[in-house]
Design a protein around this ligand. Sequence first.
Ligand code: S3P
Length: 448
Amino acid sequence: MSHSHQSAQPLSSKRSLPLKGRLKPPGDKSISHRSLIFGLLCVGTTEISGLLEGDDVLRTGEACRALGATVIRHSEGRWSVQGMGLGSLMAPKHVLDFGNAGTGSRLMMGVVGGHAIRATFDGDASLRKRPMRRILDPLQLMGVKIISQAEGGRCPIIIQGTAEPAPIEYKTPVASAQIKSAILFAGLNSPGRTVVIEAEASRDHTEKMLRHFGAEVTSVAEGAHGRRITLEGRPELRPNPVVVPADPSSAAFPIVAALIVPGSDIIVESVMMNPLRTGLLTTLLEMGADIDVLDRRIEGGEDVADLRVRASHLLGVDVPAERAPSMIDEYPILAVAASFAIGETRMRGLQELRVKESDRLEAVAQGLHQAKVDCAIEADDLIVRGRGHVAGGGVVETHLDHRIAMSFLILGLASSKPMTIDDETMIATSFPTFKSLMIKLGAQFEQA
Ligand code: S3P
């Protein structure tokens, strides 16, 4: 179990020469978690290539094993899962420890909820702070029992699932692919139709992959920006190979690095361009970023492209709240880009950032203060007043949050003084090759 954090490893980054070269970021975290879960729910063997081998995803693999699947790593990124099949999962013999992973734990609560098994969900100090009522509430409506939970609906949580999840129609209280997906995974074993309604469309990987594995799912527009998703219960899921595209949320770090380090010119390969994930790209282009989208193509059922990114003079922009679901994980690195822009960037409607791996709104503002960037939080908005250059210096607290860690290391590549983060270890949850790939482009890091 990983409740206490092992030894923290500080790291500094410093002003670097122009970044040059090509890189392919690791596999998408959302699709990687889901590919293992679908493998578990199919009878037969699901082949996966390009799987993200980050700690978060490996924990989901462990959970699949605990629920009866045979999960094998063949070579880097090439994995296979021999599943138990929908309705036939085994009760795990030990606690399912998801480490830092909100996605893995929440999706798996839905999976367990749709089976007559009992399981304990737990994780590290960050995961233990994250709200789970948003998952437990709809699962309870489906007939799942919460045997125990820590205060406020937090981990550790013991769930007793049901073999007959009630078909429900559920309007999610916030735009969250994790809530939507947990309900759909539980609804897979329901004898009826499960409907999820979201006021703002969130990432649609679960819906796409449900279809890929043979389930019947429809998704239609609802209101101005929303969706109504309908799943027919008890489909026959059939194994189908998954090719995981490169994670746009990881690609965001080298992209912003190349924009802010003068003279840089890089190519980021095979980046997933699913329109529900490209909010950062839209925003950076509005800021005047020099990014060419090259060789748009389809890989593994998703739009992908290579992105050529050159150092740019950025301008502040207003980022509307409706864009948040399509770039929810990218605000920390957008705030870094905004620090090097000229003028004010206002990022609206960021309440969900408060319940990520850390309170990201606070963590970003504190980090920017350390770097002497002029910024403020007004209600749920983050305002960054950029001056085209950043002083830097200071130590940033990462609060067990990988994206805070990577964002401030990127800031230090272009600030006048080096930036130090208190701990780099969490980067391994989503982007274990971050440092080595960035060093290949010319980034300068130093063990603090
Ligand atoms: C994810 C959904 C998002 C995102 C997370 C991955 C997913 O969370 O922040 O990193 O794979 O479904 P929310 O559903 O809480 O918005």
